[in-house]
Design a protein around this ligand. Structure first.
Ligand code: SF4
Length: 284
């Protein structure tokens, strides 16, 4: 059985940056509290907790120490409240996420009816939405886009602004642009899908097109890993999303000659190595 790891699987730029910022602060002896898990990977979060990071769900739980804003960003009112209370902020919001927030805010200020392509309840989407004073319509699919337009009322007729959650598939964003164009007079589309996502999804697609089985490693709560699994499944129906190698089942590999492995932006290299090792052992 041939086993191959996709070309782009390591921690993305934003996750590396966030880990560097937080580990650095903890090693300097700073007390740091993260608003929600820093990234959607329990192993990495566990390692940071051992270094001293505490995960809290709400700013009200923090009375002292530095507030860590995770890669997905935070709602503007949360940042304002931290500032009002004089709390130090370690802002690990990925610059690509910031770019999406800024694009949405600018379109909103310019009077566009803003549409955000993203997972409705994902923290990143909620933070982008907040940058439009909550007025943007969030759509999860191309079909949703047209109906959102019809129900939004449009603040200034049919001037539409479009941004995407950074981990959306680029083809979905492009398809939404094509679907919305005939429905409006003006469409301002900011491609806010991040480069790391595009490269990772393309590499996973190439592998999934050839492989009999795809193993996608990453946190079950990780949006970009779930999306990766969704993309792989289109080409390789025998795609399995696992968080750790312990979840791999021998029966998944029955009759398989070529197995591909890929991982999300927040998947540690060790988790990929363990998955590979487990597959190699099962193949023997
Ligand atoms: S996936 Fe992209 S947007 Fe998200 S943290 Fe990584 S680099 Fe930033």
């Amino acid at each position: 059985m041939r086993i191959e790891v996709a070309e782009e699987v390591a921690f993305c730029f934003g996750v590396q940056r966030a880990l560097r910022m937080v580990r650095g602060a903890l090693r300097r002896g700073r007390k740091a509290l993260s608003l929600g898990p820093l990234i959607h990977n329990p192993q990495v979060v566990g390692e940071l907790e051992e270094l001293g990071l505490r995960v809290v769900n709400d700013l009200s739980e923090i009375t002292s120490g530095a507030v860590v804003v995770r890669t997905h960003g935070a709602l503007p009112e949360v940042l304002a409240e931290a500032e009002r209370r004089g709390l130090e902020v370690i802002d690990a919001t990925c610059p690509f996420v910031k770019r999406a927030q800024q694009a949405a805010a600018q379109m909103h200020q310019e009077g566009y009816t803003v549409i955000v392509l993203g997972e409705r309840d994902h923290p990143e989407t909620l933070a982008i939405l907040a940058c439009t004073d909550g007025e943007a319509a969030v759509v999860e699919s191309v079909a949703d886009g047209a109906s959102a337009l019809l129900t939004s009322g449009g603040r200034t007729g049919r001037r539409l602004g479009l941004v995407a959650q950074t981990t959306q598939p680029l083809e979905r964003f492009a398809a939404l642009v094509a679907a919305l164009l005939p429905l409006c007079e003006e469409l301002k589309a900011a491609n806010t899908v991040c480069d790391a996502t595009v490269g990772r999804q393309a590499a996973a697609t190439r592998l999934a097109q050839e492989a009999d089985v795809m193993i996608v490693v990453g946190g079950h709560e990780s949006a970009n890993t779930r999306r990766l699994a969704e993309i792989c499944r289109r080409h390789a129906p025998r795609t399995y999303h696992i968080q750790t190698a312990a979840e791999i089942r021998a029966e998944w590999l029955r009759g398989a000659e070529y197995v591909g492995i890929t991982g999300g932006a927040s998947t540690p290299p060790e988790a990929l190595q363990e998955a590979r090792k487990c597959l190699e052992e099962l193949a023997e």
